[in-house]
Write a protein that binds this ligand. Structure first.
Ligand SMILES: Cc1cc2nc3c(=O)[nH]c(=O)nc-3n(C[C@H](O)[C@H](O)[C@H](O)COP(=O)(O)OP(=O)(O)OC[C@H]3O[C@@H](n4cnc5c(N)ncnc54)[C@H](O)[C@@H]3O)c2cc1C
Length: 377
């Protein structure tokens, strides 16, 4: 098979790879995306995701990217010329006891300290005004009005389509088999459609990134998580505006435009031995459903219409690795998003494109892959 040449090859057509492709193509760069399956298909994280667009509760290392992303989301549908099902309904983190109310007051202070000054402490009556029908035991909350929700598959495909309109090439149904190296430089990618030579290679292959990194001798401190989601039968639309979370419970609860409740929060499934699929845990399904029903009793009037799981790359310190790979020229990493990468995607794409262009990207400093060295024994 002949060798294809491109300036930049991106491995992985998830929301992260496609956002990077879009931002690079927008700058007139020659980009080729290699995606093993179709865009946004099972069990990729960007297919499975809950679609929470949340800045509240971010690790300080992600704060700048999260603020940038939150500013981009309201106009992203227009920018990408696609309906992303985005809604800026806010995010409300709930407290259910006096001790939790004290913790949530401190939490709001922490949000202000990292620059999220619009996050505010709400008392019992404000919380119940924001979400009529909440369980009466909710006594306070932290409300972030600029947060919201969007559809991960729609957004992932929209970035890919916008990148293609700007000239990016997509090799779908094409698996990257290994990284090609010369001395300590990554020079290309071996794929099921032949070799691809590129000046820059960006590894954005989600939960499977470690397999590819290892072919160039780089051991990534990530592991694979299976995360579950539930979708209810439709209730009356408009019951729930913000996305709900709870201080001491695993929950993300939102209502979609058709009225169905979309329920997650990090409940685990099981990863198959070959890491190509996952299975649901019945105990996670029932606990997730009962948590949602307890906090918002309207959920209990519905039943589960669909459930699924997806695979996510969990990094050792819960924040992603974004930037040049240590010890390997020509390779940039954008992976390890640890269950919260969807919301960041617009900013990650912009920042990685800047980095590849040699522009400053100080917002990535705290996420540098150079920290991988600290995790080696
Ligand atoms: C159930 C669930 C709920 C979530 N909820 C939220 C949320 O509410 N808010 C939020 O911000 N984040 C959330 N996340 C996290 C978020 O969805 C992910 O961080 C994000 O989608 C990661 O995108 P990605 O592009 O890195 O990975 P992926 O979407 O997994 O994309 C990686 C792509 O690489 C491809 N690939 C892998 N190996 C190869 C290869 N060898 N060759 C070619 N292609 C390859 C895969 O097929 C896949 O398409 C959730 C995740 C899950 C699973």
């Amino acid at each position: 098979m002949s060798t294809t040449r491109t300036e930049i090859a991106i491995i992985g057509g998830g929301v992260i790879g496609n956002s990077i492709a879009y931002h690079l193509a927008r700058q007139g760069q020659s980009v080729l995306v290699i995606e093993r399956a179709a865009i946004a298909s099972e069990p990729a994280a960007s297919w499975a995701s809950a679609g929470g667009v949340r800045r509240q509760g971010r690790h300080p290392a992600e704060a700048q990217l999260a603020s940038e992303a939150i500013q981009r989301w309201p106009t992203l549908s227009e920018e990408l010329a696609a309906d992303l099902r985005y809604r800026q309904g806010g995010q409300l983190l709930l407290a259910e006891s006096d001790s939790e109310a004290a913790q949530i007051a401190a939490y709001v202070q922490q949000q202000h300290a990292i620059g999220f000054s619009d996050v505010r402490l709400v008392n019992r009556s404000e919380a119940h005004e924001l979400v009529p029908g909440l369980n009466p035991q909710v006594i306070a909350g932290s409300y972030s009005p600029t947060d919201g929700q969007a559809s991960p598959p729609h957004t992932t495909r929209a970035f890919a389509q916008a990148a293609q309109r700007l000239g990016a090439t997509y090799f779908t149904n094409t698996a990257a088999l290994s990284l090609l190296t010369h001395n300590s430089r990554v020079t290309g990618v071996r794929t099921t459609q032949g070799d691809i030579a590129a000046r820059h290679i960006i590894l954005a292959a989600g939960a499977w990134s470690d397999e590819l990194a290892l072919t160039a001798g780089l051991r990534l401190p990530i592991h694979t998580l299976a995360l579950q989601m539930l979708l209810s039968t439709p209730a009356q639309p408009g019951i729930l505006q913000p996305v709900i979370g709870a201080l001491s419970r695993k929950l993300s609860l939102k209502q979609l435009d058709d009225g169905s409740f979309f329920i997650g929060g990090g409940w685990p499934g099981d990863v198959s031995p070959d890491r190509r699929s996952c299975t649901m845990r019945p105990a996670s399904i029932s606990s997730n459903w009962s948590t949602a029903s307890e906090l918002l009793p309207a959920v209990a009037h519905q039943r589960i219409a669909r459930s699924w799981c997806g695979l996510e790359a969990q990094s050792i310190d819960d924040i992603p690795f974004i930037g040049h790979a240590p010890g390997l020229d020509g390779l940039t990493l954008a992976l390890g998003f640890s269950g919260h990468g969807f919301a960041l995607a617009p900013a990650v794409g912009r920042a990685v494109a800047a980095l590849i262009n040699g522009q400053p990207a100080t917002e990535l400093d705290a996420l540098t892959p150079a920290r991988i060295a600290h995790f080696k024994s």
